[in-house]
Design a protein around this ligand. Structure first.
Ligand code: HEM
Length: 327
């Protein structure tokens, strides 16, 4: 990667908070100046709150109706038949683009593929074109934010749901706990973001020399901030591979931290609570039917499909294998 690779929680957190490590270039764009970035964040945060207020009441019923409508007598793909179409629908409603839905989905898929594989120059070039075309579907000064929101809702959100549901399918006790105590859902989503957050890495470049974790990062050096590794740092999270809905601090880094932290975090939390409640109601205790194949790449990854069946016989229970799968 020709980069410093940070995996410890303390180092990743320090890097996220370090103003001399900038996101410009690594994201394929230029770093906005500080004041412009703050203005962007203020306007984008207000837009994200507006989306949330408008849609909060409709997210849950929509997820529940879609989950209930899935057939019980055949294998169901929880990604292709629930997480993706539900997320696509809320992306279209929340971000309100004009244009052909299939084309918009293809464009956001191209942008997602490039974000997941930041070293793939062909994907980056394709994503630049896709971003321009997708921006044309939105109007107003917040078009850039709407592109990000549309891609995040239609691509990153279903990745998180797929990761989270796979973790719950692999840990039926925790799924049952959530079914019995639905009030645990907000804590469960936080723990699932820590355990199974889809964004594995963010990149920075040093605008000046920086001392970090005992190393000297020279001006111009590239730095990979491994969010997923930090979220499983055993020094911060004992038994990090275990789901524990009652974990205390520190906070996970699934949404980043500091001046570039995710603007859609509240939206993702609310949406994930609704969708996961629908998943638990209908699929807690389901079994995964095939080894999981993954989509994405180094920076973001999640199951491409999640084939589950709800008709478990005693024989099939005896043959039950854990589905996972370390990413
Ligand atoms: C599960 C879904 C999501 C995950 C895991 C996620 C994760 C992240 C992370 C880790 C960052 C920090 C990037 C960095 O430090 O360089 C970020 C930034 C951002 N996210 Fe999200 N995000 C998600 C969904 C969303 C949604 C739904 C929206 C919009 C509605 C959104 C809007 C943004 C924006 C605008 C930024 C850039 C903030 C800035 O440049 O100041 N994200 N996201």
């Amino acid at each position: 990667m020709e980069a410093w690779v940070l995996t410890r929680y303390a180092d990743v957190l320090a890097a996220l908070r370090e103003p001399r490590l900038t996101a410009g270039g690594a994201r394929g764009g230029t770093e906005l100046d500080r004041a412009a970035h703050l203005r962007f964040r203020a306007r984008a945060s207000a837009a994200a709150s507006g989306m949330l207020a408008e849609w909060l009441e409709r997210l849950g019923p929509l997820a529940r109706d879609m989950a209930r409508a899935l057939p019980k007598d055949r294998t169901v793909d929880l990604v292709g038949e629930l997480a993706q179409p539900w997320s696509a629908q809320i992306a279209r409603c929340l971000a309100c683009p004009g244009g052909d839905p299939d084309r918009l989905a293809a464009l956001s898929g191209d942008i997602f593929a490039a974000a997941a594989n930041p070293r793939d120059t062909a994907l980056q070039a394709r994503a630049e074109q896709a971003t321009l075309e997708l921006a044309g579907a939105f109007s107003g000064e917040l078009a850039a934010f709407h592109v990000q929101a549309f891609v995040a809702l239609s691509q990153t959100l279903p990745c998180f749901l797929a990761n989270a549901w796979l973790a719950l399918l692999d840990d039926p006790e925790r799924a049952e706990m959530l079914r019995a105590e639905p009030e645990l859902m907000p804590q469960a989503i936080e723990e699932l973001l820590r355990h199974s957050g889809p964004s594995r890495a963010q990149f920075r470049r040093a605008a000046e020399g920086v001392e970090l974790g005992g190393a000297t990062i020279a001006k111009g050096d590239r730095v990979a901030l491994m969010l997923a590794a930090a979220n499983r740092d055993p020094e911060q999270f004992p038994e990090p591979a275990r789901l524990d809905f009652r974990r205390g601090p520190p906070r996970h880094l699934a949404f980043g931290e500091g001046r570039q932290a995710c603007i859609g975090a509240s939206l993702v939390r609310a949406a994930s609570e609704s969708a996961t409640a629908a998943f638990i109601e209908n699929f807690a205790g389901a079994r995964v039917e095939q080894p999981v194949e993954w989509r994405g790449g180094f920076a973001i990854c999640a199951p491409a499909s999640l084939l589950v069946s709800r008709c478990c016989t005693a024989a099939s229970e005896n043959n039950r294998q854990p589905a996972v799968t370390d990413r």
